[in-house]
Design a binder for this molecule. Sequence first.
Ligand SMILES: O=C(O)CCC(=O)C(=O)O
Ligand SMILES: [Fe+2]
Length: 284
Amino acid sequence: MTETTALTAELERWIIDQVRAGQPPEAVLEPLLASGWEEQVAIDAIERVTRNFLEAHARETGLPLPSRVPAPIGLNGSSAVDAGDREVHVLASMRHPRVIVFGNVLSHEECDRMIELARSRLSRSATVDLETGGDIVHEGRTSQGMSFERGGNALCRRIEARIARLLDWPVDHGEGLQVLRYGPGAEYKPHYDYFDPDRPGAAKILQRGGQRVASLVMYLNTPRSGGATTFPEVGFEAAAVKGNAVFFSYDRPHPMTLSLHGGAPVTEGEKWVATKWLREHTHG
Ligand SMILES: O=C(O)CCC(=O)C(=O)O
Ligand SMILES: [Fe+2]
């Protein structure tokens, strides 16, 4: 028994080969279980080998090291997730980039109320200026927006608690909700949500909560036409449907995450979203 369940150099190489070939975790785990490994011991061994390999690879290639990210569901699991006060549906899921489309995240009443609370406080959307760490108006972003303080009102608190449960990521690791309104023709050109660590203003932003590691874009209405959230590098788009949300994570601030995404132009009607960004650490 001890012989079959030892983590030999040969077994380590085999695990790494599987990971490099893009095998799903189950395909790596199964043969270990079949040869007598206890499940948790095998999972820990695979995780350790994979992490060591990725870290060594990152160091050699000068890539940023991967961070832990919210991982709300596995692949081919249940189509429903218990988010505490609500059952959220899993509608679609992609491994790389890691994208999950959720249904039933917000009730229609919550969507309407969110819009109502945000409407009078909108201004032309700004983006974080990585030169200075302040805010700037960006031409690729023709929406209007506003941000709530985290926990700033009862509705935000309720939604934030639900998101924390859904994503298994602490409330205090999240930024306040940001609401955007796109009128006809408005869009948000493809961009990354993480902060480019090489830009001069980044250090100041990263001091408070570390990197962004995931985003949850919740649709507060259904535009009559257009307004999908697109991932142009992989030709994927999530339709904007009231109450649904698209989640995506990026384990390092690097294009290799394929997390480039945008809000496609609204071709008819308007589009409202609320975005939650998740940080590595406490965003105090
Ligand atoms: O409006 C969308 O679909 C995307 C919004 C977005 O990318 C963001 O808020 O960072
Ligand atoms: Fe974004």
